[in-house]
Design a protein around this ligand. Sequence first.
Ligand code: FPP
Ligand code: MG
Length: 327
Amino acid sequence: MKNPLKNIRATVEGDWAQYERFLRKELRSDSPYVHSILNYVFANRGKGLRPLLVLLCSALNREERPADQATFIAAMMVEMIHTASLVHDDVVDEAYMRHNHPSVNALWRSRNAVLTGDFILARCFSVGLGSGQVSIVTHITRCIDLLSEGELQQNCHSQTLSLSRQEYMEIIYKKTASLLSACCTCGAMAAGADHDRQRAMKFYGDQLGLAFQIRDDILDYLPGPTGKPHLNDLRERKITLPLLTVLETIPAARRHKLLRLLSDVRSTPSNAALIRDEVIAARGIEMAEAIMDEHLQQACRALDPYPASPFIEALVELTRFVGARKD
Ligand code: FPP
Ligand code: MG
């Protein structure tokens, strides 16, 4: 399948090729067994949005200077943390498909998937700290507790079935936007950008990241080639923005009915489709899309201080990609 980010990646083609070599060299094991799992994980990795953001934000702030080790370390760390979190997430969610292929837990069992995630995370830190890039490593590290905290908060809300808009935004910031934001900030840091530019990059990443997770939450409601089972969030009793906006706008009696359907979804899985139909009829998808679009516009506004360049074009194009992506 063609990578939808291929054209955007062409803007930093040389850096990307160097990054791929760097990653391959650092993520290896002398054990053929471990090596085969790592190979499988990286052969079936995602689109590479996070390392691409690092390379683009670094190039934007470097002005013609070649990328140095700090940029590749940051790109490697965000990709490894993201990959380890997905390997663990599939164990936690008991999910057997990832990126259209069987998950690591499906092929090697949960115990080996947990250890593979641990290995990737450990390698990420040994390479990161060994490089001496302390401020970049410190900044990226802060995301790991946010990721885990966001996931735990989400689980808590799927037990209680109560969620405010503010709590939803906090969860999606922690579980998704924080790492995308760190990609942009660390790309700028690696390029030696000043404080104002680092802040502009952080704001772009925050907004892009929030929109990215909102799009993910919308996609769960739409049948299509996401590589993930349809209505998974509802089956896990997760209230996400399409349902949340509907719950905020309908009368109390209908709200209670919807929450009752959600509360029983584990014993009656067909409730998920009933909730989806209500959400679609009450225009929850459109309301969530409007909120996502606001964040994407804010992301573009963060780029205003920069003069036009192919890297700015690529970052704007990425906002369009995030808003329209199908998987
Ligand atoms: C996917 O979310 C998963 C995450 C955004 C983060 C998961 C984080 C952990 C499991 C904490 C452990 C972290 C590390 C670094 C080991 P999702 O379930 O909403 O999306 P999905 O549908 O793609 O699974
Ligand atoms: Mg999951």
